[in-house]
Design a protein around this ligand. Structure first.
Ligand code: RBF
Ligand code: MG
Length: 311
């Protein structure tokens, strides 16, 4: 996949460009189906499969207060889109000036003239351009005059819970509520956070016998406090583990931490960048009346995590 992070890099239109545009936060199974359709259509017409997205995410630029936490930060989004066999990913630097371009000018000058759009496939609720004027019906109006086809990608329904369709909003909500099994179904993979291992309170190993790697997260979206069965990518290997998210209420330092205990693992990983995949929620965090009760509970958590992760 070719990554283009600046429109100036595009010197001539792509051959038979089949395009999709979106924010693709999470690159969930709905986005994946859209990207697959683009790849299929491009293959049919011997063309170029192109995804266009924006960086930073437009909600970061247009909505300064209370924007929702992103499911995937830029790097992970690129990695996930790359898996879809898209030929070219164009990440348009997004700012207020760009946001003020009319939908018509965006379609005509950028999509058609610069990129060479011959077909576009977008989700039915997607809007773009100044005042969000750009949508499927506007594209349909210009399609003949400007010479491209328009296809609508239908929503994928989510049969298993309260949300009736796959969406980034639904996934954020599920992760915040700790409903990782449902979130994972919508993502088509395990929800992942990334971060660096930092020095903790030096208590897990010494007092409890279960050392934990404490993580400063790069990610914004953190699952609800509690204990989870996880896999951890670290030093180019995948390990099994248990994560604890929360305030460790048995102690009274009231410090929010995200920590993982790796199973059958002894190395020092301070300073390493690691990735944690949330496979399944095990339980709520609890305040124990003594350390031994906490230790007994952690042993049970580990046994359960082993079962979950070996299934
Ligand atoms: N601390 C608590 O106060 N309550 C808990 O329920 C709790 N559950 C944990 C489960 C696991 C699997 C792990 C690894 C840690 C847990 N902790 C819990 C956090 C523990 O107190 C912490 O790792 C040590 O205090 C070191 O920071
Ligand atoms: Mg620790």
């Amino acid at each position: 996949m070719k990554l283009i992070e600046n429109l100036e890099e595009i010197k001539e239109p792509f051959k038979n460009a089949v395009i999709t545009i979106g924010n693709f936060d999470g690159v969930h199974i709905g986005h994946q189906s859209l990207l697959n359709e683009v790849v299929e259509k491009a293959t049919e017409i011997n063309g170029t499969a192109i995804a266009i997205t924006f960086e930073p995410h437009p909600i970061r630029v247009l909505k300064t207060k209370n924007h929702p936490p992103l499911i995937t930060l830029y790097e992970q989004k690129i990695e996930l889109i790359e898996k879809s066999k898209i030929d070219v990913l164009i990440c348009i630097p997004f700012n207020k000036a760009f946001a003020s371009i009319s939908a018509r000018a965006f379609i005509e000058n950028i999509l058609v003239k610069k990129i060479g759009m011959k077909a576009i496939i977008i989700g039915k609720d997607y809007t773009f351009g100044k005042n969000r004027e750009g949508d499927i019906s506007l594209l349909n109006r210009f399609s003949q005059e400007m010479g491209f086809d328009v296809f609508q990608n239908d929503w994928i329904t989510a049969p298993h819970n309260t949300f009736n369709r796959i969406s980034s909003t639904a996934i954020r909500q599920l992760v915040i509520e700790g409903k990782l099994t449902d979130a994972n179904k919508m993502l088509g993979r395990y929800y992942q956070v990334r971060g660096k291992v930092i020095k903790g309170r030096d208590r897990g190993g010494k007092q409890l016998g279960f050392p934990t790697a404490n993580i400063t997260l790069s990610d914004e979206l953190v699952p609800k406090a509690g204990v989870y069965a996880v896999t951890v990518e670290c030093l180019n290997k995948q390990h099994h583990g248990v994560a604890n998210i929360g305030y460790s209420p048995t102690f009274d330092d009231h410090q929010f931490t995200v920590e993982v205990h790796l199973l059958d693992f002894k190395k020092d990983i301070y300073g390493e960048n690691i990735r944690v995949n949330f496979v399944k929620r095990i339980r709520d965090e609890k305040k124990f009346s003594n350390i031994n009760e906490l230790i007994e509970q952690i042993k049970k958590d580990i046994a359960l995590a082993r079962e979950i992760l070996s299934a």
